[in-house]
Design a protein around this ligand. Structure first.
Ligand SMILES: [Zn+2]
Length: 462
């Protein structure tokens, strides 16, 4: 009897599939952003909007996530992605190092690196991918592979001579010299200038060039380091790429960040959408027998907000929802955990008493005796949309793409906000995303899927 039970257990174990994690991160996608994007997406489809559901609105499990950094009440993308991908909170502005490390201190950083989920996955023989609409060396994607005391050290020209002497490497170099497993198998995003020498012209923009001051061409170095690697930089090449087992892909579609989704159609050489990049990444990762870890960042929601331009932030949020729905259709949720979250919020507010179905980028008619002028439903607590006196918006098209919403405090750049963000989850162990969670606890749920539930790997928990 006992032997039978063991035999059955073994059979069940052997027939189990490899386990996977997809982490979608909307940079700066606070809850007000999700609500506004949901209404916007619904209204684009001719609905009133409020009742509409984004793809991840339908996920069964939701948590609130506390986003503070160890030294900051309102956090940044570096400290937060470090918490999510290493399991430990750390300081604002640093990547993949513990909270002991002061910003910019190379020697401390070298002594206090902490492994990331992607590194652990690569060490365990899983496949992995990083997709972002921001520079692939920007804080969130860099959080998957880099260990630096300053998120600004993206290339050789932005890291200090002293730090280089002390043995610190810039972020682009850390991606290309990645020492775990065979390196990320899919790398898709922007930021190719960080990989190219200053003497080299950009292939898309003849007036632009690389930014490295060490004369190294890291794209060529990456290609030369292993067989079956493909590099591409425009939509045509992207669409021709055929996923196959063992292949590794790097696509860098802009010298800096990729275009906002709202502007993508005007890009000179063409760029894939976040959904298309997610689809190709999953098709490539699915060619492996092992499990995978994939990070997908909608990196420019944050930038739209910093510019005080809700329109671009909302369109990029809808693009993220589209990418989530593509991913969900391509994986088996018995074997895969999908998490959709944000690193931090922004100061966007949805206010007034606009009637049901009012355009979310539109105006509220005020009946307040102290102010009878209309104002925008969406506004920011601070940022470039500040005006000395409330302007008469009666004839202003607040739905125009470049409109900057009103802001209370004058700042050139709107800031992050410190309230909790949401985490939506579906699939394997999704029920563990629940309650009010410290941000670093997300790591432990994802880690459990990859290393405890996965039949192909030994547990590599630390
Ligand atoms: Zn930001």
């Amino acid at each position: 009897m006992r032997n039978t039970i063991i035999l059955v257990a073994l059979l069940v174990c052997n027939s189990a599939q490899a386990k996977n994690v997809i982490l979608f991160l909307g940079d700066g996608m606070g809850i007000s952003t999700i609500t506004a994007a949901r209404i916007y997406a619904g209204q684009q489809q001719g609905l009133q909007g409020e009742e509409y559901e984004l793809s991840f609105d339908k996920f069964e499990h939701v948590a609130l996530v506390k986003t503070y950094n160890t030294d900051a009440q309102v956090s940044d993308s570096a400290g937060t992605i470090s918490a999510i991908l290493t399991g430990e909170k750390t300081r604002i502005g640093v990547l993949g190092v513990t909270a002991e490390v002061e910003q910019g201190n190379c020697t401390q950083a070298l002594a206090h690196e902490i492994p990331t989920l992607l590194e652990l996955a690569e060490e365990a023989g899983l496949v992995s991918g990083i997709v972002s609409t921001a520079r692939i060396t920007h804080a969130t994607p860099a959080g998957a592979y880099a260990h630096v005391p300053s998120r600004d050290w993206e290339s050789s020209s932005s890291i200090s001579a002293q730090a280089k002497e002390q043995g610190c490497k810039d972020i682009a170099m850390q991606l290309v010299e990645f020492p775990h497993g065979d390196g990320p198998d899919v790398i898709l995003g922007g930021g190719r200038a960080q990989f190219l020498p200053a003497a080299q012209a950009d292939p898309e923009y003849k007036d632009k060039s690389g930014v490295r001051d060490d004369a190294r061409n890291l794209i060529e170095e990456w290609l030369a380091a292993r067989q079956s690697r493909t590099y591409l930089w425009n939509k045509d090449q992207f669409e021709k790429f055929e996923p196959q087992a063992g292949a590794q892909l790097m696509g860098l579609f802009e010298p800096s960040h990729m275009q906002f989704e709202a502007d993508r159609a005007q890009d000179e050489a063409g760029e894939p959408s976040l959904a298309a990049m997610t689809k190709l990444a999953l098709q490539q990762l699915n060619t492996a027998d092992s499990g995978f870890f994939l990070l997908v960042e909608a990196g420019r929601i944050d930038h739209g907000h910093h510019f005080g331009n809700a329109y671009r932030a909302l369109v990029d949020t809808v693009a993220l929802a589209d990418a989530v729905s593509v991913a969900k259709a391509l994986v088996d949720l018995e074997e895969t955990l999908i998490v959709v979250t944000a690193d931090h919020s922004h100061t966007l507010t949805i206010s007034g008493y606009p009637p049901r179905g009012n355009p979310i980028l539109g105006k509220v008619e005020s009946r307040d005796p102290d102010n009878t002028r209309p104002y925008t439903t969406l506004s920011y607590a601070n940022g470039p949309g500040y005006q000395d006196t409330l302007p008469d918006l009666s004839d202003v098209d607040t739905q125009a793409p470049n409109y900057q919403q009103l802001a209370t405090v004058p700042l050139q750049m709107e800031t992050h906000a410190g309230e909790d963000v949401a985490a939506f989850a579906t699939g394997k162990y999704a029920e563990r995303i629940a309650g009010v969670m410290e941000q670093n606890k997300l790591f432990h749920v994802m880690q459990a899927v990859l290393f405890e539930a996965n039949p192909t790997t030994e547990s590599s928990s630390r």
